[in-house]
Structures are given as structure tokens and as C-alpha cells.
Design a protein around this ligand. Structure first.
Ligand code: NAP
Ligand code: MG
Length: 490
């Protein structure tokens, strides 16, 4: 062997220019083998348990409680006791201090939380780290600021807390949805029983440790884990004064029926089928980034995802060409790898739902495109998908897929864009891409959606209200508007 050949053997030059693995350290977070329910500031040993898994490997991470009706009642009782005997009696500025502490502790422990969120939910670490965690902390900071200013937020209306809030959150943004629920509830002087989603309970259980560090009085926040039965028990509990729910339209409707006529306050943040509208004067490369961020962010598990792309006909071909090229660069794989763009689908159930809807799209006659990508063998995965040749009547244009699947439609005039965008049972969000400011304002006036982004997509800020019209629910979260559902007025 010549000297040169020997060197080539261990040549430092890689054979292909692929990314090297860049895994975040899993041991940043200590997961216990078994968790109970967090009730009255301590752990309640659960009667029943189930295993929560890592959807990228299907491996079990921990045993968590499946709260029974009796356990839910203990949590509600503890929240009632805390409301009457400690939380409502302390001054608003003291309440604010606890919220500030929680926000700062979340910042300090953000890497730990980000790893846990990706481990239990399947979302890329880049997103947990750069979106979920900073926004969760920001939400607590923001509402900390309101706690002692409620009389200024609602002048001459004498706001007072409602009492015990039962809060039910989904699995797509487990910690962020917890923050959206708990921060305004505490700022307004209510106490809480929170139920995380069945598949993603771990960040809420770690949050119990943040509450301990913040020395929040026992019982002000209680956390019960379990599946839909636990949620239903919380909704039915006579001790709950307000239900705040984020999840599917189907369950939202069932909750509304259950609570009709009971006097229990209710807000619902449900599904969506947003239109992301691209006019022919838009900056196309930026629009492509916005489209990708609109539907492939968090594997498309986003209620306000831009799942229907409406493209003006004259730019259809160049735009779809650019979009397909961009899709080929998305990296699908290990959620804990810092280079991953699209992580694991949250559960087998959700994967089955995505597959079923995608099959319906092919059957109904849409053209499917998926970039070449190798999906891991274990775990739940779905390649980024674009459907073209989609008619408005197809299921993939009507139903929420809640996965990395985009349906493309076209339009010629602004009127047609508005008509198609509003042709949905939902009304949560929309996007408009155009160079013209006047067109943005005109479109925003006519689109029936709670949030409208212009030349951007999926941007969130605690100071701006979020919520839907029609089957997307009612009530607003975020901003000054987000205080109101947790208050009664004289
Ligand atoms: P879901 O069943 O509505 O779940 C939302 C939350 O409600 C979870 O904590 C859930 O517990 C709980 N729940 C289930 N049945 C209940 C009941 N009868 N009473 C009270 N609470 C109940 O939604 P999902 O099963 O997670 O997902 C189904 C579909 O909902 C998705 O495919 C998607 O289309 C939509 N979704 C929308 C959003 C959104 O942000 N708007 C978020 C997630 C899902 P379990 O976890 O045990 O089900
Ligand atoms: Mg469910």
C-alpha cells in the first residue's frame, strides 16, 4: 500500500457532505420512573397508571397516573381550598411576584424543559428550545405584569376572580399551552386544576417542580394526568367554576353540550384549516419560507397551521417549483438532533389519522408530492407532503389533518381568494403575502379568522390575543383580552 492510499483510509475529508449528528444531551433532564398527581403541593399516589412513551422510538419513558373521578375531586377540592383560604387573600402585587419567579425559573431551566418536551412529544429540539420555551416564559412574564393592574385593564368594571379553573390542554404544545392557561388564571387570582394530554404529560409534571421552587402556596395549581376520561371528570366536577379547553372541535362540542345551562364559564380553542394566500406581487422566496414554517413547523401539529395554500394562478408554477425544491432540504428524523427540521408524529393514533386523510386525497384525485427522504424504522413518522390539483370539496381541503400535509389551491382575483379562504367551517387564522399594504388591510377585513399574519406565518407574542370564529371556538388567549375569561365583573 502506498503512503497515499494509507492516508486515504483515514482521510479527514468525509465521503459525503451530509450533516454529522448533533444530538442535544438527553441527560440534561432527570425523568423519574413513576409520577403521581400533583395535588395540594404534594404528590398523590395514583390508583391507576399508564406508560408514556417517546414517539420517535416507541420506548417507554415513565409511568404516570390515570386520574379517576375521585382523584380529580381531590384536586378540585384542593384548588377550592387554596382559592378561599390563601390565593384570593394575597395582594395582587404578591401574586405578580410568584408569576415573575415562575417565568425566571423556566428561563433558567429551559434546556432541561426543551429536552423533555422533544423526548415526550417528538418535536425538534430546535423548536422546543427556540419557540416553546422562550414563549412559555414570556407568557408568565407578560401576565405577571398585569396581576396588579386589572383595574386599569377594565376601568370602572371592578374585576374579580371566578374561582377554580379546570384547564385541559392538547399534546402539540404541552408546556406552551400550559403557560397560556395557567399564567392568566393566576394573574387574575384564580386557582387551577390542569389536565395535560394523555401522550405528553411530562413537561407539566416537571412544571410542578418549578412551582415548588417558586414557593407557590399549595393547592393554587394542581395537575392531574390521564386520558379523555380524566378530562371529562374535570368538566363534570361541580366544584369547577370555569373550563378552559384547547383541542379538537369534536371534544369541544361535547364539553359545550355538557356545560350548557350549568353556569360554568367556558372558553374553547379548537381546530383550524387556515388559508395561506400568496399574491403574485409577493416576494416568492420569503413566501416559500413562510409556507414551510406555516405547515411543517411542529410536524403540522398546529391548530393555526397554514394547511391550505392559495396561490394566485400567474405565479403557480414558479412558486410550486421553489416549494418542492425547498422541501427536499428538510431534514426529518431524531427530534433531539439540533439539525432536525421535522420530528416524529406525536402518536400512532395521529399517524393513522394522517395516513387515512392522505389516502383520501389520492383517491379523490389530488396529485401527491413527497421529497425523497429516509424515515427511521421505529417510531411514528410522516414525510413532508404537498398535494396539488386539489378541489375545495376534497376532504384534504376541508378537514384538519394536523400533520405535515399541505393542500394547494389556486385563485385569480382577490375576491376569489377571500371566498375560498372563508369556505371552511373553521376560522382560526390566515396568512396574506403581498407587497401592497392596502391589500393586506383589505384582505384582513374580509377574512373570517381570529389571527391574520401578513408576510409572515406562525408568529406568536403573549401580548397579542389568539382565538377563533365559527368551529374554531370562542374566547381569546393572550393580551389584555386573555384576562377577561378569568374574571367576573360587578
Ligand atoms: P382532543 O381529544 O380534543 O384532546 C384535547 C384534550 O382534551 C386532551 O387533554 C384530551 O385528553 C382531552 N379530552 C379528550 N376527550 C375529552 C372529553 N370527553 N372531555 C374532556 N377532555 C377530553 O384532541 P386529540 O385527541 O389530542 O387530537 C384529536 C384532533 O384534535 C387532532 O387530530 C387535531 O385535529 C385536533 N387538535 C387540535 C388542537 C388545537 O390546538 N386546536 C390541538 C390538538 C388536537 P387525551 O389526550 O387523553 O385525548
Ligand atoms: Mg384524544
Amino acid at each position: 500500500m502506498t503512503e497515499l492510499e494509507r492516508k486515504q483510509d483515514r482521510a479527514p475529508v468525509p465521503s459525503s457532505w451530509d450533516y454529522a449528528p448533533a444530538p442535544e444531551a438527553r441527560d440534561l433532564v432527570q425523568v423519574r420512573e413513576r409520577y403521581g398527581h400533583f395535588v395540594g403541593g404534594g404528590w398523590l399516589e395514583p390508583k391507576e397508571t399508564y406508560a408514556t412513551i417517546d414517539p420517535s422510538s416507541e420506548e417507554s419513558i415513565a409511568e404516570v397516573g390515570q386520574a379517576t373521578k375521585e382523584e380529580v375531586e381531590l384536586a378540585v377540592g384542593s384548588a377550592r381550598d387554596a382559592f378561599e383560604n390563601s390565593w384570593s387573600a394575597i395582594s395582587p402585587s404578591e401574586r405578580a411576584k410568584y408569576l415573575f419567579r415562575i417565568a425566571r425559573i423556566l428561563q433558567e431551566r429551559s434546556r432541561e424543559f426543551a429536552v423533555l418536551e422533544s423526548l415526550n412529544g417528538g418535536k425538534p429540539i430546535r423548536e422546543s428550545r427556540d419557540v416553546d420555551l422562550p414563549l412559555s416564559a414570556a407568557h408568565f412574564f407578560y401576565y405577571a405584569g398585569w396581576a396588579d393592574k386589572l383595574e386599569y385593564a377594565f376601568p370602572n368594571r371592578k374585576p374579580r376572580p371566578i374561582g377554580v379553573a379546570g384547564q385541559i390542554v392538547p399534546w402539540n404544545f404541552p408546556l406552551l399551552m400550559l403557560a397560556w392557561k395557567i399564567a392568566p388564571a393566576l394573574a387574575t387570582g384564580n386557582t387551577v386544576v390542569l389536565k395535560p394530554a394523555e401522550t405528553t404529560p411530562l413537561s407539566a409534571l416537571l412544571f410542578a417542580d418549578v412551582l415548588r421552587q417558586a414557593e407557590l402556596p399549595p393547592g393554587v395549581v394542581n395537575i392531574v394526568t390521564g386520558d379523555g376520561r380524566t378530562g371529562a371528570a374535570l368538566v363534570k366536577s361541580p366544584g369547577v367554576d370555569k373550563i378552559a379547553f384547547t383541542g379538537s372541535t369534536e371534544v369541544g362540542k361535547a364539553i359545550q353540550r355538557e356545560l350548557a345551562g350549568t353556569g360554568t364559564h367556558l372558553t374553547l380553542e379548537l381546530g383550524g384549516k387556515a388559508a395561506n394566500i400568496i399574491f403574485d406581487d409577493a416576494a416568492l422566496d420569503q413566501a416559500v419560507e413562510g409556507i414551510v414554517n406555516g405547515i411543517y413547523f411542529n410536524q403540522g401539529h398546529v391548530c393555526c397551521a397554514g394547511s391550505r395554500l392559495l396561490v394566485q394562478e400567474s405565479i403557480y408554477e414558479p412558486l410550486i417549483g421553489k416549494l418542492k425544491r425547498r422541501l427536499a432540504t428538510l431534514r426529518v428524523g431524531d427530534p433531539l438532533d439540533k439539525n432536525t427540521d421535522v420530528g416524529a408524529i406525536n402518536s400512532r393514533q395521529q399517524l393513522d389519522k394522517i395516513k387515512q386523510l392522505v389516502a383520501s386525497g389520492e383517491e379523490e384525485g389530488a396529485a401527491i408530492y413527497q421529497p425523497p427522504c429516509k424515515l427511521p424504522e421505529k417510531g411514528y413518522w410522516f414525510a413532508p407532503t404537498v398535494f396539488t390539483n386539489v378541489a375545495q370539496s376534497y376532504r384534504i381541503a376541508q378537514e384538519e389533518i394536523f400533520g405535515p400535509v399541505l393542500s394547494v389551491l389556486t385563485f385569480r382575483t382577490p375576491d376569489e381568494a377571500v371566498e375560498k379562504a372563508n369556505n371552511t367551517a373553521y376560522g382560526l387564522s390566515a396568512g396574506v403575502w403581498t407587497e401592497k399594504g392596502s391589500r393586506i388591510l383589505a384582505m384582513a377585513q374580509r377574512l373570517r379568522a381570529g389571527v391574520i399574519w401578513a408576510n409572515t406565518y406562525n408568529r406568536f407574542d403573549p401580548s397579542s390575543p389568539f382565538g377563533g370564529y365559527k368551529e374554531s371556538g370562542f374566547g381569546r388567549e393572550g393580551g389584555r383580552h386573555g384576562l377577561e375569561p378569568y374574571l367576573e365583573f360587578e
